[in-house]
Each structure stands twice: as structure tokens, then as C-alpha cells.
Ligand binder design. Structure first.
Ligand SMILES: O=C(O)CCC(=O)C(=O)O
Ligand SMILES: [Fe+2]
Length: 314
């Protein structure tokens, strides 16, 4: 490829009607997923699971959420960094985010909803819960394909049972200038898998292994699926976790929503022995995700290139 050609993320079609484990369609998509995650750490997943009307509902719900007064938004607190309300940071002034733990379960969404809207807001709860459920199914499909592609489907139950879902929704104000401003600093996710949906305002950029930034254009019928450090470590580096960031320009606010599958505290992430051999020596010592997160948000960790390598690299 000549260096002038802008790279695009691989696009993988999940809307095939016969996409069931064991079918030829499944095996075909599984091979594409494995290849994309090895090379880019992410891909665009075409899916008909969220119709345009539902998307409108989600972004409407996000606008309503972020329009709440700051003191109301601050009521969403969490002991885990980035699981509650985050915003008003001087180095990323355009960025605000709200986390909802286990957002695929109605009870959990309701408790946040009731905290923010004491008079209730069933539309908000229903929109958030049903959307999270759809994304969690896609997360499960991708993880099954990954494990199968390594011949490791025997770990599927352990793998799925070891994580919770966090939905994090984001707003980036337009910087009100034609210059490009930072929306969110470059980082890798610490999740197992992240699935992102963005509104029609551009801004997400993903870095390739050779350092190019790809501008991920919003699309009405796809999600972005991405590998986090937890799966990078579990696969002993066979899958890549990509640096990504958000860059903003212009007047209009950007909204996005990400479903993160996150290892539970106490679960030790350890590459299975099948993925460790002479050719692939162990890259990371076994680690507890919650302990890692404590380190991740320390000032020392913010200064290093790869937080995971610094924390538990062999
Ligand atoms: O807003 C986005 O598209 C990306 C957000 C992101 O990378 C994150 O929340 O980890
Ligand atoms: Fe991210």
C-alpha cells in the first residue's frame, strides 16, 4: 500500500442471518475477526441489531443525561475510577463521561436513573438497558470467536463468568474553533473487549502498529469493536490492543457510548498454557485486574508508554 492511501479499519459483517456457531458463515467471520484483532486490535462490525430509530433514542437519552446540572451528574459516584461521573478535567476540558455498572441489567440502570431523576425516567432506563443488552450479545459473539480461533473454547464459560459489563457514555463539547483540539488522550482500554457506538460527529482515531492514525468515520449501521489490555494479556500478546484517542473540531458536540467487558476483582488474568511456548514466551505475569486499575490511575502510570508492561511485564 502506498503511504498516501489512508488506511481504513477492517469492516466485518455480523448481520448475516446464519451467523451461528458451527456454520460456514460463522467460521468465515471468525477468521476475519482473528485477523483484524491481530493486525489492528479493532474492526468495524456491521450489524443490523440497532436500527436507526434506536440509535436516535440512545443519542437523545445521552443529550438529556449530560444536560442535567453538574451537581446532579456528580451524584453518580463509584469507587472504581472512571465508573462514575468524570468531567471538568483541565487537560481534557471537552470531555465528560458517565459510567453505569452492569447496564445490561434493568435493576442497576434503574438505580442510577432514580438517583438522577427522583421522579423517574423509564424511557431512559429502557433505552440504556436494551442497548447494553444488544452490545453484550455482540461482545459474547466476538469472545467466542476469539477463543474458538485459538482452539480454546473450553475456557468460554470461565471467560464469560469472569467479567462484568460497564456501559460508559461520553460527551465531547465542540471546541468552537476550526483548529483540532484533544477530546480524549491516547490510551489503550483496560477491558477485555470494548464495543463503541458514535453519533454522526467524527473524532475517534485509532493508531496502527506502524504509528498511523486512522480516522474512524461514523456510520449508521456499524459499531467499533476493540480489544483491551486484559485480552491482549490473556492471549499472551497474540491480539493487539490499539492506542486510540478523540480529536475534536468545530461547533457540534460528539456523543459516544461504549460497552466494556471488565474482569471482576479477584479474578487472576493469566494466559492459558496453550498460548505459551518457546516461540511465544509469557509476556505478562498473572495479575488481578482491580489491582492493575489502582496502578493504572496513579500519576506514575500516566507517564509510561505501556502501563500493563510496566505493571506486570515479564
Ligand atoms: O468516544 C469514543 O469514541 C472513545 C472513547 C474511549 O476510547 C473510551 O472511553 O475508552
Ligand atoms: Fe478507549
Amino acid at each position: 500500500m502506498d503511504s498516501e492511501t489512508p488506511v481504513r479499519l477492517p469492516v466485518i459483517d455480523f448481520s448475516k442471518p446464519d451467523l451461528k456457531p458451527g456454520s460456514p458463515e460463522w467460521d468465515f467471520v471468525r477468521a476475519e475477526v482473528r485477523q483484524a484483532l491481530k493486525e489492528f486490535g479493532c474492526f468495524e462490525a456491521k450489524s443490523d441489531k440497532v436500527p436507526v430509530q434506536t440509535r436516535k433514542g440512545i443519542f437523545g437519552a445521552l443529550e438529556e443525561l449530560f444536560e442535567l446540572p453538574l451537581e446532579t451528574k456528580l451524584r453518580n459516584r463509584s469507587e472504581m475510577p472512571f465508573h462514575g461521573y468524570v468531567g471538568q478535567y483541565p487537560d481534557v476540558p471537552l470531555f465528560e463521561s458517565m459510567g453505569i455498572d452492569d447496564a445490561n441489567i434493568m435493576e442497576n440502570v434503574n438505580s442510577l436513573t432514580n438517583n438522577l431523576w427522583p421522579q423517574g425516567n423509564q424511557t431512559f432506563s429502557k433505552t440504556i438497558q436494551s442497548f447494553s443488552e444488544i452490545l453484550s450479545e455482540l461482545d459474547g459473539t466476538i469472545r467466542r470467536m476469539v477463543l474458538e480461533s485459538f482452539g480454546l473454547e473450553k475456557y468460554m464459560d470461565e471467560h464469560m463468568n469472569s467479567t462484568n459489563y460497564l456501559l460508559r457514555v461520553m460527551k465531547y463539547k465542540g471546541p468552537q474553533t476550526s483548529e483540532t483540539k484533544i477530546g480524549l488522550n491516547a490510551h489503550t482500554d483496560n477491558s477485555v473487549v470494548t464495543i463503541l457506538l458514535q453519533n454522526q460527529v467524527e473524532g475517534l482515531e485509532v493508531q496502527t502498529k506502524d504509528g498511523q492514525w486512522i480516522n474512524v468515520k461514523p456510520s449508521l449501521d456499524s459499531f467499533i469493536a476493540m480489544i483491551g489490555d486484559s485480552l491482549h494479556a490473556w492471549t499472551n500478546g497474540r491480539l493487539y490492543s490499539a492506542y486510540h484517542r478523540v480529536m475534536m473540531t468545530g461547533e457540534v458536540a460528539r456523543y459516544s457510548a461504549g460497552l466494556f467487558s471488565i474482569p471482576k476483582g479477584g479474578y487472576i488474568i493469566k494466559a492459558p498454557e496453550e498460548l505459551v511456548d518457546e516461540e511465544h514466551p509469557l509476556l505478562f505475569k498473572p495479575f488481578d485486574h482491580v489491582e492493575f486499575i489502582r496502578f493504572f490511575y496513579t500519576e506514575a502510570a500516566q507517564r509510561v508508554q505501556s502501563t500493563l508492561k510496566t505493571y506486570c511485564g515479564v
